[in-house]
Design a protein around this ligand. Structure first.
Ligand SMILES: CC(C)(COP(=O)(O)OP(=O)(O)OC[C@H]1O[C@@H](n2cnc3c(N)ncnc32)[C@H](O)[C@@H]1OP(=O)(O)O)[C@@H](O)C(=O)NCCC(=O)NCCS
Length: 240
């Protein structure tokens, strides 16, 4: 039995509540809406695991994709994604040590991500093709990290796809949704995407989404073991 099936069956025997988040935009009945004006759908995990109580696992949809927060029960799904795309991602990401490609590491990371999400510092959504059904592998993720409130109201954008799924517009589709959530639900003012000048596909993605170039940040991030200059691409929300 696959890990996903086990998770779903476990969920069926436990209490699954679809409910409305109290800190979202309320309508007259006191219900809450997401950025599309639809009731926000989330899953409340209850039961054995104290840490998961009251944790809403966000799930969103676009035409072709399901965008989901994942907990540590999806470590295998995420590990499979990273193993499959190890060579493809190497050029664009931090130098990965061997322990990165273990279930234990990925489970820990998913737990940390949920903690950050709970604290309001991160929105990370894994991408699944809707046409691939319940057993769909993850085809990438988008993340809005380092969310800072106060006078900043800003975050850093990251994203990646499965090499077999590039050039089909999936990341642009997912990011349109993610940006809507970050601007309209989280009410952030600034999204910043640091991109290496040689990453032409990524630059094209942010340009299509309306980001503007604010200049070069010298040796900003250590990518594949080397400090690399990055162009700061920025999208501002004029509604906040
Ligand atoms: C960056 C990434 C997510 C883009 O995915 P994608 O599926 O190609 O994205 P989209 O199809 O939505 O859009 C890509 C656009 O760039 C264009 N493009 C792709 N490769 C290109 C290249 N080498 N030079 C110029 N343009 C390119 C495509 O034609 C498309 O533009 P169009 O819609 O006007 O035709 C994907 O390449 C990836 O996962 N890369 C590795 C991780 C990464 O770099 N993450 C971003 C770090 S900043």
């Amino acid at each position: 039995m696959t890990q996903n099936k086990i998770v779903y069956q476990e969920l069926e025997t436990r209490i699954i509540c679809v409910f409305f988040i109290s800190n979202r935009i309320s309508n007259e009945q006191g219900e809450c809406k997401n950025e599309d004006g639809q009731p926000f759908r989330g899953i409340l995990f209850s039961g054995k695991d104290k840490d998961k109580e009251d944790r809403i696992m966000r799930v969103y949809e676009t035409d072709r994709l399901r965008l989901r927060e994942l907990d540590d029960t999806f470590a295998e799904t995420v590990l499979r994604y990273y193993e499959k795309n190890r060579d493809f991602l190497q050029k664009w990401e931090a130098d990965r040590q061997e322990h990165f490609f273990t279930l234990e590491y990925q489970a820990n990371r998913l737990r940390q991500d949920l903690e950050l999400a709970k604290a309001g510092n991160l929105l990370k959504l894994w991408l699944f093709r809707k046409d691939a059904g319940d057993e769909a592998p993850a085809i990438g993720c988008i993340s809005f990290s380092h969310i800072i409130r106060g006078i900043f109201q800003s975050c850093i954008l990251g994203y990646k796809l499965d090499q077999e799924e590039i050039k089909k517009g999936y990341i642009t589709e997912a990011l349109k949704k993610g940006i809507g959530i970050i601007f309209n639900e989280y009410r952030l003012h600034r999204i910043e995407a640091p991109i290496m000048p040689k990453n032409k596909a990524s630059i094209r993605v942010v340009k299509k989404l309306g980001f503007e170039c604010e200049g070069i940040a010298k040796k900003m991030l250590k990518v594949n073991g080397k400090w690399e200059d990055h162009i700061r691409w920025v999208l501002l929300n004029d509604q906040v």
